[in-house]
Design a protein around this ligand. Structure first.
Ligand SMILES: Cc1ncc(COP(=O)(O)O)c(C=O)c1O
Length: 435
């Protein structure tokens, strides 16, 4: 190590911009599987996975070996100048791994936000229309288009306007806080039908290129729409010639027990964005979509200097290998069942928990001051994540009101590790003092 905690903290404050903030003050020395160690040798159980990036676990040996081997061969030629095999093989894996029957193609970029930017460019080129419908609670990144599509103002948009035009925002299927004041299933999924009204009152179908939506709203609070929601939305989109873009940057690569979350709703989006766990920590993102749509862009119109970086693509191929060889999708489902049971048990004990939700190993607790009023409890949420951190459990909050605890642990997390994490969490609830 080149610095101790104190020196690093001082340099951090002096040289790194305040806006480029870290939530925790420790410095990581090592991470392996579901565990992380800081430079003071404190061990943490990681239930955040670098924000849903480490589905195969930290420094998985297969990924490390693939990256090392590639580093010794070459690290960059620029795929747009001199191509190499890994992006071709990875594109095939993505096309074949994604559910659905239509022929697909892929383009690669680096960050999730870039994938979103490219999906919008592709949708606009194909449809020759400009309008994009996005959702309340949606998060799509920090670039101009990404933050324009993003809903939450603080910290993502505050002071950064003007935003990209032609973005129309509509409510999400947030059943716990129904924007239409209804209850499922009596509502008949009214929120999906609302799209038809938006196409009359906000943007004409003739001007609307695409609708971009997270299958499960991630930063928005791990909100899971009902089963009828996406088939209904997809049908309306199809009727009006509007492309359906699924932003699976957080929900993809096994996070919900299937390779991509849209499988749970049986809907085949026109375009899907992927990133995060795609390359187990190396910067890699992509757009996967119907071949005819993907091919509508002229050569050179999409891409970039580092898109399909060889180290990242080798890591991506290794991720697919690990998922297949270690049956990580099945394992994720089993992990999710245990996690859900543990969270349900906490719900019985602590009235601070207003809602337990999730799909497979993607899970969340929404915290409220009391179950009747559903008043969000953000301070208690922070107190719980702080307590967990002190006790060696890394847990992140999310949600429009900052009152949702989300679970994004590596899918290789063992049963004893899960139990240990849940025990720390239970103690955190006790420490906050609301039974
Ligand atoms: C659904 C979704 N879209 C886009 C992004 C942006 O990805 P990145 O931070 O890699 O730009 C994120 C990141 O959290 C995300 O969860």
């Amino acid at each position: 190590m080149k610095g101790n905690q104190e020196e690093l903290t001082m340099m951090h404050q002096k040289y790194l911009a305040k806006g480029f903030a870290s939530t925790r003050s420790c410095y990581v020395k090592k991470a392996l599987g579901s565990l992380v160690w800081d430079i003071n040798d404190k061990e943490y159980l990681d239930f955040a996975g670098g924000i849903a990036v480490m589905n195969v676990g930290h420094s998985h040996p297969t990924v490390v070996a693939a990256v090392k081997a590639q580093a010794e061969k070459f690290m960059h030629t620029c795929f747009m100048v001199l191509p190499y095999e890994s992006p071709v093989l990875l594109a095939k894996k993505l096309c074949q791994g994604m559910a659905g029957t239509c022929e697909k193609k892929v383009m690669f970029a680096n960050s999730g936000a870039e994938a979103v930017e490219n999906a919008v460019k592709i949708a606009r080129t194909y449809t020759r229309k400009t309008g994009i419908i996005a959702f309340e609670g949606g998060f799509h990144g920090r670039t101009l288009m990404g933050m324009s599509l993003t809903s939450k103002v603080k910290p993502y948009k505050l002071g950064f306007g003007p935003f990209a035009p032609e973005v129309y925002r509509i409510p999400y299927a947030y059943c716990y806080r129904c924007p239409f004041g209804k209850s499922y299933p009596d509502c008949n999924v009214r929120c999906a039908d609302h799209l038809e009204e938006v196409l009359i009152s906000h943007v004409a179908p003739e001007n609307c290129a695409a609708l971009i939506i997270e299958p499960i709203a991630g930063e928005g609070g791990y909100i899971v729409p009902p089963l009828e929601y996406f088939p209904k939305l997809a049908a309306i989109c199809e009727r009006h010639g509007i492309l359906l873009i699924a932003d699976e940057i957080q929900t993809g690569m096994g996070r919900t027990g299937t390779l991509f979350a849209m499988e749970h709703w049986g809907v085949e989006p026109d375009l899907t964005t992927t990133a995060k766990s795609l390359a187990a920590g190396l910067p890699l993102s992509g757009v996967v979509g119907r071949a005819a749509i993907m091919d509508s862009v002229h050569p050179g119109g999409i891409g970039g200097t580092y898109g399909a970086n060889p180290l990242a693509c080798e890591a991506g191929l290794a991720v697919f290998e690990v998922i297949e060889q270690e049956n990580l999708l099945e394992r994720g489902v089993a992990l999710g069942e245990k996690l859900h049971a543990g969270l349900k048990a906490l719900e019985q004990e602590f009235s601070l928990i207003g809602d337990v939700r999730g799909v497979g190993p993607l899970a969340a607790l929404e915290l409220v001051k009391d179950r009747g009023s559903k008043t969000p409890a953000p301070q208690e949420t922070i107190a719980i994540t702080d307590h967990c951190f002190d006790q060696g459990l890394i847990l992140l909050a999310c949600g429009t009101y900052g009152n949702v605890l989300r679970f994004m642990m590596p899918l290789i997390t063992t049963d004893p590790q899960l139990e240990k994490g849940l025990a720390i969490l239970k103690n955190a609830f006790i420490s906050v003092g609301k039974r």
